[in-house]
Design a protein around this ligand. Structure first.
Ligand code: ADP
Length: 415
């Protein structure tokens, strides 16, 4: 820019001197041609005038005085930082050298509420560990991090990191510090679920294993020559071994379902014959429990996109549960609904004792049972509804549970 202005000025001077030269030449010619001295005088006057004005004659619209290029407006580093952090969905608070709050992004406002600009960080976060960490970073310029949990409004675990903000071209001490919050609550929850799952699965297997071992030892020792005990104990051992294999089958089912959770099934399945055949297979169990399974199926086909074997498992688990846990109601109603412009619905309604409301949201968790003893006595593993939920998630379908104590329970699958 400065170079352009200088070039313009040189051009202006050059043109000015051209005017002076032309006027001088005119005067000399007039003298040589012996013209009227008035004209010669006028010529000299012109020379003098040109000398005075020529070099500074304005050319076009260019400025006559040299113009300095406008200096770029100084950037406000805090504004740049605010612009950058504003779009992040991770809470970030920018602090000054006194640990005072200069800026909070919208995610920080959502997580911790509005903070008073300029107020000390401790007005909102009082944990001594956080304040010590911030103090140390401000003093040394070195980043630091710490784990921190908040109990209210809901339990959350964060990794808090504080680091100085680098300003372009600045070698002086840091003026701004970014305090960021990485939410690891979900990771912690999954970790806890995984370890609970391993503990539960081991516990479920350990009980029948311990029982099997006890019976084997008894048969080898005290009951060695007691044929009556042999028969009784072997029956119990078979029962325990069957329970273990049911559990292993359910665990394998869950693991298989998890491995293909993201692949949507693509068969076209007619639910009418499927529900009918599952019901037929469960009639002996229902009979044994004194329960009647009533069917309410529409005419014609009820087709959904799905995996046939998995849908059989869903229908079987729900009807079997209704017979087992709703046994005292004596009747289990199975409905299949297909209304125009409505999703297909399959529901199993029993007239049993119902489920207390606080248990309903947790029924699909692995190994969750309203009563462990009741479930065990009914050959339950605590994995049936977890399997149902996994299958339905893969089928983009929902499980809706409505239960009323003393009246019964309604499990509805909405496709
Ligand atoms: P389980 O193998 O124990 O049957 P599920 O995952 O199938 O495991 O069911 C979990 C728990 O939900 C059961 O232990 C039972 O307490 C409860 N439950 C399931 N279905 C019903 C029902 N129809 N009525 C009452 N309680 C039920």
């Amino acid at each position: 820019m400065a170079r352009e202005v200088k070039a313009g000025r040189v051009e202006q001077l050059r043109r000015g001197w051209l005017v002076v030269a032309a006027a001088s030449l005119l005067s000399v010619l007039a003298l040589a041609a012996d013209v009227n001295p008035v004209f010669v005088g006028a010529g000299f006057l012109l020379i003098l005038l040109s000398l005075a004005l020529g070099p500074s004659l304005p050319i076009d619209d260019e400025p006559s005085a040299p113009v300095a290029a406008p200096a770029p407006a100084p950037r406000d580093p805090l504004k740049d930082v605010a612009d950058a952090y504003g779009a992040l969905d991770m809470p970030v608070i920018v602090l000054g050298t006194d640990a005072n709050v200069l800026f909070q992004n919208p995610a920080a406002t959502r997580a911790f509420g509005e903070m008073t600009p300029g107020a000390h960080l401790s007005a909102r976060l009082r944990t001594p560990g956080i304040l010590d960490m911030v103090r140390e970073t401000i003093a040394t310029g070195e980043p630091n991090q710490i784990e921190h949990s908040e109990r209210l409004p809901s339990e959350r675990v964060y990794i808090l990191r504080v680091a100085p903000i680098e300003e372009e071209g600045s070698r002086s001490a840091k003026r701004y510090f970014a305090l960021s919050f990485r939410d690891i609550s979900e990771l912690r929850r999954i970790d806890r679920m995984r370890s609970d799952f391993v503990a539960n699965a081991s516990h479920e297997l350990r009980t029948p294993l311990a029982s099997l071992r006890g019976f084997i030892e008894t048969l080898q020792g005290p009951a060695k020559s007691d044929p009556g005990a042999h028969e009784r104990f072997l029956a119990i051992m078979l029962d325990q071994a069957t329970r273990m294999s049911r559990l292993v089958d359910d665990l394998l089912s869950l693991s298989r379902l998890e491995s293909k959770a993201h692949i949507a099934p693509n068969q076209t399945v007619d639910l009418v014959p499927l529900v009918g055949s599952v019901r037929d297979s469960l009639v002996p169990l229902a009979h044994e429990l004194g329960v009647e399974i009533r069917m309410h199926l529409p005419e014609g086909k009820v087709e959904v996109t799905g995996d046939r074997d998995e849908l059989v498992q869903v229908i079987e688990n729900l009807i079997e549960n209704a017979c087992k846990y709703g046994q005292e109601g004596k009747i289990v109603d199975v409905h299949l609904r297909r209304e125009p412009q409505q999703p297909v619905e399959f529901s199993v309604v029993d007239r049993g004792a119902g489920i207390p409301a606080e248990h309903v949201p947790r029924l699909t968790e692995r190994f969750y049972r309203v009563s462990v003893a009741d479930s065990r006595s009914k050959k339950g593993t605590g994995l049936g509804l977890a399997i149902v939920k996994h299958i339905l998630t893969r089928h983009r379908a929902r499980l809706i549970v409505k239960s009323e104590l003393g009246k019964g329970t309604d499990f509805t699958v909405r496709f």
